[in-house]
Design a protein around this ligand. Sequence first.
Ligand SMILES: N[C@@H](CCC(=O)N[C@@H](CS)C(=O)NCC(=O)O)C(=O)O
Length: 205
Amino acid sequence: MSIILRGSPFSTFTWSARLALVEKGVEYELVAANLREEAYANFHPWRMMPVLDHDDFRVFEAAAVMRYVDEAFEGPALQPADPKSRALMTQWMSAYGDYVAPAAVRGVLIPRFVLAPRGIQVDDASVHAAATKAHSALRIFDAALGRSPFLAGNTPSLADWLLLPTVASGGGLTGPDRYTDDLHNIGAWMGRMTARPSFGATLPH
Ligand SMILES: N[C@@H](CCC(=O)N[C@@H](CS)C(=O)NCC(=O)O)C(=O)O
């Protein structure tokens, strides 16, 4: 059996997929995604990462990869069984994709940690505006984490592993780029999430 994850250790979405693989106990090979290569469109039509190949089956989009990992392999369940908790998990995954990631990942992390180091000019005012947007979206997540220890209830689920890399990577930002300061429930949740071995096993380096 061959399991290949195409991505980068520095990509938040790849990190989420890696967290799911490690939590499930699935061995995989991380292969560098070369988005600029002509042939990369065969892996992902929008030239994004991650992409998972399991033997001759291919799936892209982090949330789909994470669900597939949970459902296709033996190991601990990463999604709640009861319909209400599962609906909450899906709700937070969708809210992450629509309201958090565009601001935090595209608006802040990529400009600061990918574009600026390559010498590409970054507009500070746009990054600060995106950080403010990310912060207000994350306040909703923070309120939810004041009501239960994890997004979908008492145990972590794919929603938590989808969010975790964005919050963890945000720790490296400074000044008005920071989008999690004063979100204390997210801070406490980070303590619970980073205490799990999967966090240390997947830390970008
Ligand atoms: N909707 C995609 C988003 C993935 C995504 O934005 N990945 C980033 C890295 S964290 C990427 O591939 N960026 C390349 C680019 O924007 O050109 C998913 O959920 O997998």
